[in-house]
Every structure is written in structure tokens, then in C-alpha cells.
Ligand binder design. Structure first.
Ligand code: CA2
Length: 143
């Protein structure tokens, strides 16, 4: 089956490259999306990227991915630690989900240690920086 990826970045990730470079690096969201698109393309996979600061929009993006995308790469941002709604949306689609966090959530504040997404995802790439997105694409290409 032809693979296709929807990359979903959640709240505040539109600020990448503008603040907190020690935690999130210096690449902008546009840089990250372009890098991911090009890397996926080099593997023969089409990748579409979206970002939203709104939980409901992310839920709808996951729901609407049904039958359109074979794989989702998601960095749900802070919703990782709070959103049963995003988790439930994931369990409602057939697409395989790969979770990415730029920072190492397990080495940060206790409230970031739990992920509602982790156990409904195929794999999680945590604390690898932006290369975590590339690792997720490689995992999908190899699957
Ligand atoms: O490490 C990650 O990728 C996170 O998903 C990022 C979220 C955070 O709430 C999660 O615990 C871990 C926050 C994204 C905020 O992104 C910014 C980027 C630059 C400047 C300010 C915020």
C-alpha cells in the first residue's frame, strides 16, 4: 500500500526557532516541516504538515485523516499530558501513529512525564531534538 504521512504539531510549536533554543533548537516550524517533507519525499512518501493551537482542531485532523493518510506523526505539545480527546481520536483511526517530542519529557517537570499518547502509538521518539521527526519518518519508511 502506498504510504502517506500527516505531520501534526500541536500548541506553541508555531513558536519553534523564536524562543527557548536551548530546549527546542533554533529551527523554525517552517524549517522542520520542509525538512520532513523533503526527507519523506526522498523515501518516496508524500508528507503533509499542519499545526494547531486548538485541541478540537487536532481531534478533527486525526478524525479526517481516516482513509487519506496511512501514518500520522504527532507532536501534540502540552496536550500530550492532558488530552484524552486526542488519545480517543487516535484509537478511532486505522493510521499508525508515531509520537515525537523534541525535548526529553522524562527529564523535565513531573507533569510532563506522563503521555496519554504513548501507549496508543506505534513508537515514541523523545528527546532527540528535531532529528526525532526524521527518525519517525525512517521508521515509517522501514515498516
Ligand atoms: O518536547 C516537545 O516536543 C514537547 O511536546 C513540546 C511542548 C511541551 O509542552 C511538551 O511537554 C514537550 C511545548 C512546545 C512549545 O514549543 C515552543 C517552542 C519554542 C518556544 C516556545 C515554545
Amino acid at each position: 500500500m502506498t504510504k502517506s504521512i500527516l505531520l501534526i504539531n500541536g500548541p506553541n510549536l508555531n513558536l519553534l526557532g523564536t524562543r527557548e533554543p536551548e530546549t527546542y533548537g533554533s529551527q523554525t516550524l517552517q524549517d522542520v516541516e520542509a525538512l520532513c517533507r523533503e526527507h519523506a519525499q526522498s523515501k518516496g512518501i508524500e508528507l503533509t504538515a499542519i499545526q494547531s493551537n486548538h485541541e478540537g482542531e487536532i481531534v478533527e485532523a486525526v478524525q479526517n485523516s481516516k482513509g487519506v493518510y496511512t501514518h500520522l506523526i504527532m507532536n501534540p505539545g502540552a496536550y500530550t499530558h492532558t488530552s484524552i480527546a486526542i488519545r480517543d481520536a487516535i484509537t478511532g483511526v486505522d493510521a499508525k501513529v508515531y509520537e515525537v517530542h523534541i525535548s526529553n519529557i522524562h527529564e523535565r517537570e513531573a507533569f510532563r512525564h506522563h503521555s496519554y499518547i504513548e501507549d496508543v502509538a506505534q513508537a515514541s521518539f523523545v528527546g532527540l531534538g528535531v532529528p526525532g521527526y526524521i527518525a519517525a519518518i525512517d521508521a515509517i519508511a522501514a515498516a
